[in-house]
Design a protein around this ligand. Structure first.
Ligand code: FAD
Length: 603
């Protein structure tokens, strides 16, 4: 009998690049390197900024990755950026949040600035300048249209007066992108963005506010900045006067998508600590991992993480291919991924029991740290309710698009086919609202029909179709309820938030199905460990079961005749990825922990 022909392992460039980046950061167990796990905890306890780790990221060229290639940097794919931030976040969220802030500070210039401004800022960032983003004010939180910091026209420029508070890197940054009121009446056209070079301000015209003490990311510079007659040149204005709010809203569509990488990294870290404990800890004569409930807790977390990876992948590739729909996809991702990761981390805390509470002794205290650190991801850059509200505002168009089965088929296929080339991102295509709805969510009926055919031809299991059809029914009902929603700009009813939450889960189900359908034959034929996840629709079925369970508790099928529920079948793959030092991921993603790398580095 001849051996079946297996394809050589397929390479996925963003995973390869980020895996290589992780390996160049060195094994987290190496005491002599800046990312040594215990060092991260010590810095956190001392509320000290992780200077060495940040410098290491600078030395490895991460800042250039924040600058689009057309402006002189190396950023040509948001999927790349997503994976790079993910590997930093899986080590330490303080470092990831402190470093990536420069991208957030710069994005408005990429979206709304002139080519000259972008080129100049790109060069500053590539040579090490830190940029922060000053939107929020002490009294106004998410309500940007109440901002009181003013920019008043004066000869040759603008005079800034007022304060921005809780601003990441406000003190450490060289430049701050500030949202300022330029029209006394305010309103949507009453604000402008100014890129302030702190070194050029007259003495005494600005003060950096003391760093706030925080629950998590304790070493980060979460401070603020106050201006008192600070004059900036007219060239500091990004875009036209009055375009500030619009540029911010368009920029947030990218940053909210990228924020999901912080949650994916934190989720990986939490599951890694728990898996190690589950394999090593013994109770009642067995390994903890072999107790059915413990086993299930890990596989549920794994399935949730894989589902969120699929959702985030589609959204980050969609930055390039479904750009006009990003007002929807970014809000859905920024709501769902951090919320799911918070739940995952809580679940892993229960799994670890008392050890989750130890701030030094177990896993260098890093579980307790990441649990605290991750709380912020759902708060900044638009908190969970703000993102749900952004979806509620678009219910009518989303329901219409779904009913009509309206999808950008080409854009969706390019986003979901993971080895397909994606076009260069064009920020001019970003829209404040999506006129076409959401191609991902609207693809569910057609995706399920395609799956039905695969089941008929024996290429997909009946059990996957069963859960997909259940989700299709829920999605149909959810969209009908969204269509019936009566918009009210103020006093949005609580039920609408619940509906928006359900919508994000339906959209996630559609995303998982698309990612599985478009890549199932290529990845499943690989020789890598991840291939097993794709065979017989395993990960997709597990992910859909989890989403269905969250939408309608009690949906998860009971153990099959052979006694192995779909989640249980994930366990060997979870352990294999852990043992081989790979990211918990849908695709091959070797990290610094990969076999032999500690020995290699040490030699
Ligand atoms: C560590 C950290 C770092 C930060 N970094 C930055 C930064 O770099 N730049 C910057 O500009 N800001 C930054 N912020 C500020 C942060 O982005 C804002 O605090 C946040 O977006 C506003 O949310 P809030 O919960 O603080 O306040 P609020 O918006 O006042 O919210 C208070 C409550 O009202 C609810 N709420 C708000 N809007 C709605 C709505 N539409 N419908 C229903 N309920 C609603 C909220 O969910 C919350 O429960 C940072 C904050 C922290 C803690």
């Amino acid at each position: 009998m001849t051996e079946p022909q297996l394809a050589p392992p397929r390479r996925y460039a963003p995973y390869d690049r980020a895996g290589g980046f992780d390996r160049s950061l060195g094994h987290p167990a190496r005491r002599d390197l800046p990312f040594f796990a215990a060092r991260m905890r010590e810095l956190d306890a001392a509320e000290a900024f992780p200077t060495e780790a940040v410098a290491r990221l600078d030395a490895l060229g991460l800042p250039a990755q924040y600058v689009p290639a057309r402006h002189g940097g190396t950023l040509d794919s948001y999927e790349d950026l997503l994976q790079l931030v993910r590997v930093v976040a899986r080590r330490d969220l303080t470092v990831a949040i402190a470093h990536t802030k420069t991208y957030l500070g710069a994005v408005s210039t990429w979206v709304g600035g002139t080519a000259e401004q972008a080129q100049e800022l790109g060069a500053r960032i590539a040579s090490g300048a830190v940029v922060s983003w000053g939107l929020t004010e002490r009294a106004h939180g998410s309500d940007l249209l109440s901002g009181e910091l003013t920019a008043t026209p004066v000869a040759g420029g603008y005079r800034l007066d007022g304060e921005k508070w809780l601003i990441n890197n406000a003190t450490r940054s060289d430049l701050v992108c500030v949202l300022a009121r330029t029209s006394p009446a305010g309103g949507t056209r009453g604000y402008s963005l100014l890129l302030v070079d702190k070194a050029l301000l007259a003495d005494g015209s600005h003060t950096c506010l003391p760093a706030a003490k925080t629950h998590g990311i304790r070493g980060a510079d979460i401070s603020g900045i106050a201006f008192d007659g600070a004059v900036v040149p007219a060239s500091a204005l990004i875009g036209e006067e009055g375009e500030g709010i619009e540029t911010v809203l368009r920029s947030l569509q990218i940053t909210r998508t990228i924020c999901a990488s912080l949650s994916l990294g934190a989720g990986d870290h939490a599951l890694r600590i728990a898996t190690r404990f589950g394999l090593e800890h013994r109770l009642y004569g067995k390994r903890l991992i072999d107790l059915p409930q413990a086993h299930r807790a890990l596989t549920e977390a794994y399935a949730d993480l894989l589902a969120m990876e699929a959702v985030t992948l589609l959204a980050s590739r969609g930055v390039h291919t479904l750009t006009e729909e990003m007002s929807v996809s970014s809000a859905a991702v920024k709501y769902l991924v951090p919320t799911t990761a918070d739940e995952l981390i809580t679940g892993m805390g229960q799994f670890l029991g008392a050890r989750s509470f130890l701030s030094e002794e177990f896993a260098h205290g890093l579980f307790a740290k990441l649990e605290r650190d991750h709380r912020i991801v759902g708060i900044f850059d638009g908190n969970t309710l703000v993102n749900l509200n952004a979806l509620i505002n678009q219910f009518a168009a989303l329901a219409r698009g779904y009913r009509a089965g309206r999808t950008d088929a080409e854009g969706l296929a390019a986003a979901a086919t993971l080895d397909a080339q994606i076009p260069v991102f064009d920020p001019a295509r970003l829209q404040l609202t999506s006129r076409t709805g959401n191609s991902v969510a609207a693809s569910l009926p057609r995706g399920v029909a395609e799956l039905r055919e695969l089941v008929t031809s024996g290429e997909a299991p009946e059990s996957l179709l069963t859960v997909a059809e259940k989700l299709l029914h829920i999605s149909d009902t959810t969209h009908e309820q969204m269509a019936a929603h009566r918009p009210s700009p103020r006093d949005v009813p609580a039920a609408a938030f619940d509906l928006a939450h359900r919508y994000t889960l339906c959209s996630a189900a559609a995303a998982c199905l698309q990612v599985w359908l478009r890549n199932r034959t290529t990845v499943a034929a690989d020789t890598t460990a991840t291939a097993g996840l794709w065979q017989d629709g395993l990960w997709a079925e597990a992910a859909l079961c989890r989403l269905a369970e969250r939408l309608t508790p009690g949906t998860l099928p009971e153990d099959g005749a052979d006694g192995s529920a779909v989640l249980d079948r994930l366990m060997p793959l979870l352990v294999e990825q852990y043992d081989s030092g790979e990211m918990f991921s849908l695709l091959p993603f070797p990290l610094a922990e990969a076999a032999g790398s500690l020995a290699e580095e040490a030699s």
